[in-house]
Design a binder for this molecule. Structure first.
Ligand code: F6P
Length: 324
């Protein structure tokens, strides 16, 4: 390997820049050239490449977003798009890749490798924490802390008005953020995509919580929850006369959770995984994602990363019930 390409793709996550910095500096320390590929697979197809040196990653370890920008690329979904991306990589003499992103990014890297035989190593970057092969993903800890900080703010106003609040957090298919910020934020109820909850059960529990003269009640809802997120549940409650006397509001935290300076733990994780990705390529590994399992850097075959479901901790779910 003489020149690696590195890109960030899909939903950005705090710590992606710290990871990029680690990839670039580790590669340079090993006498490899580095091309940054802007806007993920979209930029790969369009040849939007930029040469990276030590200084191009100065002062970014602390920043959110991604200096390489990110995109979701419909064109890369078809073989023609991927063939064009490969032509660009050849033109720029990129002979190995480090992909930083979530499951869509890992799938893209995997199919590119299968079709065109270019070595690829993935780094897990997503706030959702839904990748198998790493205890936590880059960005998850920051998102969790951001969510909790905002839940605390909502609690103040909920408490002042004795209100019932539905707070929706991100997590299209996974409840990691919801479950953990529910516990950390002292929520009375947590609704996640991994469990099936009947609306009637939710109503019953809420009525019992409210009738216990609580000062405020907070329900954390993952956006992917099957009851339709905070808005869906709000509608169902407003349509029910049993809730006529209950003062109800809903808040969607949304993309606030994706931004901001990465926490110390995300910066360290991102740095370790960035170094690990380049070292793995140099050791001859490919089609793997580098992750942290029980505090050790571990490699997982790319197809397992999304093929196997990373389970939430069901003991934590029980905890939300005990503690509410
Ligand atoms: O995958 C990360 C994530 O933030 C999800 O939690 C969320 O559903 C999605 O991205 C939002 O994507 P977009 O920014 O494209 O709307």
């Amino acid at each position: 390997i003489e020149r690696i390409g590195v890109y960030t793709s899909g939903g950005d996550a705090p710590g992606m820049n710290a990871c990029l910095r680690a990839v670039v500096r580790t590669a340079l320390a090993n006498d490899l050239d580095v091309m940054g590929i802007r806007r993920g697979y979209e930029g790969m197809i369009e040849g939007d490449f930029v040469e990276m040196d030590r200084r191009s990653v100065s002062n970014i370890v602390q920043t959110g977003g991604t200096v390489l920008k990110s995109a979701r690329s419909p064109a890369f979904m078809n073989p023609e798009g991927r063939a064009r991306a490969m032509r660009m990589l050849k033109e720029y003499k990129v002979d190995a890749l480090v992909a930083i992103g979530g499951d869509g990014t890992m799938r893209g890297a995997n199919i590119l490798h299968d079709e065109h035989d270019i070595p690829v190593v993935g780094c897990p970057g997503t706030i959702d924490n839904d990748l198998y092969g790493t205890d936590t993903t880059i960005g998850y800890d920051t998102a969790l802390n951001t969510a909790i900080e905002n839940i605390d703010r909502v609690r103040d106003t909920a408490d002042a008005h004795n209100r019932l609040f539905l707070i929706e957090v991100m997590g299209r298919d996974a409840g990691f953020i919801a479950l953990n910020c529910g516990i950390g934020g002292g929520a009375e109820m947590v609704l996640i995509p991994e469990t099936i909850t009947e609306m009637e059960v939710v109503k019953e529990r809420l009525l019992s919580l409210m009738s216990a003269q609580r000062r405020s009640t907070i329900v954390i809802v993952a956006e992917g929850d099957e009851l339709g997120g905070a808005r869906g549940i709000e509608k169902a409650l407003l349509d029910d006369s049993d809730f006529n006397d209950i003062d109800l509001r809903s808040t969607i935290l949304g993309h606030i959770q994706r931004g901001g300076s990465p926490t110390a733990s995300d910066r360290v994780l991102a740095s370790r995984l960035g170094v690990g990705a380049v070292e793995s390529l140099l050791d001859g590994h490919s089609e793997v994602m580098v992750g942290l399992v029980n505090s050790e850097v571990k490699l997982t075959p790319l197809r397992n990363v999304w093929g196997r479901k990373k389970s939430i901790d069901y003991d934590l779910l029980k905890l939300t019930q005990i503690l509410s």
